[in-house]
Design a protein around this ligand. Sequence first.
Ligand SMILES: Nc1ncnc2c1ncn2[C@@H]1O[C@H](COP(=O)(O)OP(=O)(O)O)[C@@H](O)[C@H]1O
Ligand SMILES: Cc1ncc(COP(=O)(O)O)c(N)n1
Length: 267
Amino acid sequence: MKTALTIAGSDCSGGAGIQADLKTFSAHGVFGMSVITAITAQNTQGVSAVENLSAEMVSKQIEAIFTDIEVDAVKIGMVSETKIIKTIAENLKKYQAQNVVVDPVMISKSGFDLLQPEAKEALISHLLPLAEVVTPNIPEAEVIVGMKIDTVEDMEKAALLIHKMGPKKVLVKGGHLTEDAIDVLYDGKKITHYTSERINTKNTHGTGCTLSSAITANLAKGANVEEGVREAKEYITTAIRHSLALGKGYGPTNHFYSLYQKAGMLD
Ligand SMILES: Nc1ncnc2c1ncn2[C@@H]1O[C@H](COP(=O)(O)OP(=O)(O)O)[C@@H](O)[C@H]1O
Ligand SMILES: Cc1ncc(COP(=O)(O)O)c(N)n1
C-alpha cells in the first residue's frame, strides 16, 4: 500500500488540518501518517487557541516515521513557528523526502493567524524550495509576492513570481474570487487552468487542506502533478457540493460522498 505523511496542525473539530488530511488520504486508498506541529482549539466558528509542540517533538516524530517506514509523499500544512519550520526543512532534506506538497497556511477562514507574522520569511525561504508543488490561496499568494490579486491574470503573474522562489510547480487557488472556482498551475513552462463552477455554500472549512492532501495522495500513487491536481480538483468539488452543515459557522466538506455513493450506501 502507498503511504502519505501530513505534517500539520490538529483541528479538533475535524474539518481542517491533520484530521481533514487523514480523511482525504483514506478516501484515496493511501495509508496516512501524521506529524503534529500544533494543537488548535477551533470549530466551525473560529480558532480560540493554538499551542505549538516543541521543535524537538516535531523532529522526533519525523525521525520515528522515516527511520522505519517508506514515505511515498509528504504534505506540509500549518507550521506556525520559525524553529519548527527550520526543523522540518532539515529533516526532509536529511531523509530525502520525495513528492513534497507545501500548503503555505497563514490565516484561517475565520481570520486567525495560523502562521506567526515573523515566521513568513522562514516559510518562504526554507519550505518553498522543497516543494514539488506549492498551493497558496489568493491571500497567501498576495503575501508571498507582495502584490494585490483581483483577477485570474493576476493569479498567473503571482504563480510565475512564486516559481522563482524555488518550488518546481505552483498552484494558485481561486476559491477567494467570486465567479467560477479557477485554480492556476504553473509548471515552469506553461500555465494550466483547473475550473469548476462556484458552489453556493458557506461550508468550505478545510477546502485548502483537503485539496493539498488529495494532490499528495495522488503523487504517492504515482500520478504526475498535472494528473494529481486534476483528480484533486474533482475530489474537492464533490466534497464541497455535498458539504456538511455541521456546527453554527462554516461547516466541513464531505470526504466520503463519492465512496459511499459508489458502495451504494446513500439513498
Ligand atoms: N465555493 C466554491 N465552489 C467551488 N470550489 C471552491 C469553492 N471555494 C473554494 N473552492 C475550491 O476549493 C479549493 C480550495 O481553495 P481555497 O478555498 O482558495 O483554499 P483555502 O482553503 O486554502 O483558502 C480550490 O480548488 C478552490 O477552487
Ligand atoms: C490546523 C489547521 N490547519 C489549517 C487550517 C486552514 O483551513 P481553513 O482555511 O479552511 O480555515 C485550519 N483552520 N486549521
